[in-house]
Design a protein around this ligand. Structure first.
Ligand code: PLP
Length: 388
């Protein structure tokens, strides 16, 4: 069972009531980045995929301690530049001319992952108009379904990347573009993979594919970008064996390897805290209704699982009547929205839960606040606290 670190617990004590907050542990984020950097071979480039959590303080920390930031929109590009990123990789399937122009003009080293031949045409025109040389990588949707694991984005029909069958056409066109320089391949293929051995095999396979492709087209690739996808089990039951993954990478070729890590860097540094405002029993079930819900933390609703929550007792009780409590039972944790889908957890076992207690949800630093529909029902946003 996850425990709440004391610095996070102290921050929770200082929160105003009715409590609803995200707490981000910047020191934990920094040490996580450092641990990962140290474990991996020196020739691996580690980028922070900021869509996992675009809070500017996290992005600034990543800009300072990773090798760069991966951005997926013009907005993210601006945040990353403001945060001090000195190396940018820009992906995304629907880049506009304005996005491409901003990336081409970014005052730091930038690689654009080109997702289609149409995008290549527009990028060529923009680079020629602005008279700027541009580093590109081809994002490829490969024929092979690798790696094993969840949320596969390659080897199947998706809107991401250039079908490997069309790579020859893309290379032929890019060779006619005086301002574009082909630097590598981008092969992001998976999300939330918890199998370290499979992820290492996938990296091996990315290099095999890159070597074959380089030979076929007589190209040299400075980078092989394997994307992100190293997972964190939101329920905390399994974990990605990063030490094993790092050991495997020391055994294989990694020169030029780029990893774009989002969830793995950010998930565990965030804590969502919400106060129980009501407890009720209806049709045989017990509900703990909180100040907060899926408009702040949508992942359990989006993925259809129950997020674990730690009960943190609060002793203040301002009312003259008895405080409602349940003991040794299962509760559904639901939010303040007027929809039955606003469920954070089902059948959460609680030893004791009272109205006014807090529920603390660990591993809510990635794809949490940022993917949620904040303004549905116009409730106030959570307080956001950064622990330096
Ligand atoms: C989302 C995304 C990432 C990060 O994925 P994680 O699963 O959070 O590591 C990296 N690269 C690209 C292109 C992405 O779209």
């Amino acid at each position: 069972m996850t425990t709440i670190p004391s610095r996070v617990d102290d921050a929770i004590s200082a929160l105003p009531a009715p409590t609803c907050a995200y707490i981000y542990d910047l020191a934990a984020f920094r040490s996580r980045i450092a641990t990962i950097r140290t474990a991996l071979p020196d020739d691996v480039t580690v980028l922070y995929a900021m869509k996992a959590n675009p809070e500017s303080k996290l992005v600034a920390m990543a800009a300072a301690h990773c090798d760069g930031v991966e951005v997926a929109s013009g907005g993210e590009l601006q945040t990353a530049l403001t945060a001090g990123a000195n190396s940018i990789v820009f992906g995304g399937p629907a880049k506009t001319d304005a996005d491409l122009r901003a990336a081409v003009q970014a005052p730091v080293s930038t690689v654009i992952n080109v997702e289609s031949i149409e995008e290549l045409r527009r990028l060529d025109r923009i680079a020629c108009d602005l008279e700027v040389d541009v580093d590109i990588a081809f994002r490829i949707n490969r024929s092979a379904r690798t790696p094993r694991g969840s949320h596969i984005m390659t080897g199947v029909a998706t809107p991401f990347g250039i079908d490997a069958k069309h790579l020859a056409e893309a290379v032929t066109f890019a060779r006619t573009c005086p301002r574009l320089r082909i630097t590598g391949l981008h092969l992001h293929a998976v999300s939330n993979n918890l199998d370290a051995e499979a992820h290492a095999e996938y990296i091996t396979d990315c290099f095999a594919f890159a070597d074959e492709t380089a030979a076929e087209f007589k190209l040299e690739f400075a980078t092989v970008n394997a994307g992100g996808g190293i997972g964190v089990d939101p329920e905390g039951k399994q974990s990605f064996d990063f030490d094993l993954f790092a050991r495997r990478l020391h055994e294989i070729k990694t020169a030029g390897l780029t990893l774009e890590l989002g969830r793995y860097l950010a998930a565990e540094v965030g804590w969502y805290v919400c106060e129980v405002v009501d407890i009720k029993h209806t049709h045989g079930r017990t509900f703990a209704v909180v100040r907060g819900g899926t408009h702040h933390f949508r992942l359990p609703a989006a993925w259809g699982y129950s997020h674990p929550a730690i009960v943190r007792q609060c002793h203040d009780w301002p009312y003259p009547w008895d405080r409602t409590e349940v003991t040794n039972t299962k509760v559904n944790v639901t939010g303040e929205l007027c929809t039955p889908r606003d469920v954070l957890a089902r059948d959460l076992h609680v030893e004791r839960l009272r109205i006014g207690d807090l529920l603390v949800l660990p591993r809510t630093g990635a794809y949490a606040w940022t993917i949620s529909h904040h303004d549905f029902l116009s409730h106030p946003h959570p307080v956001v606290v950064f622990l330096d």
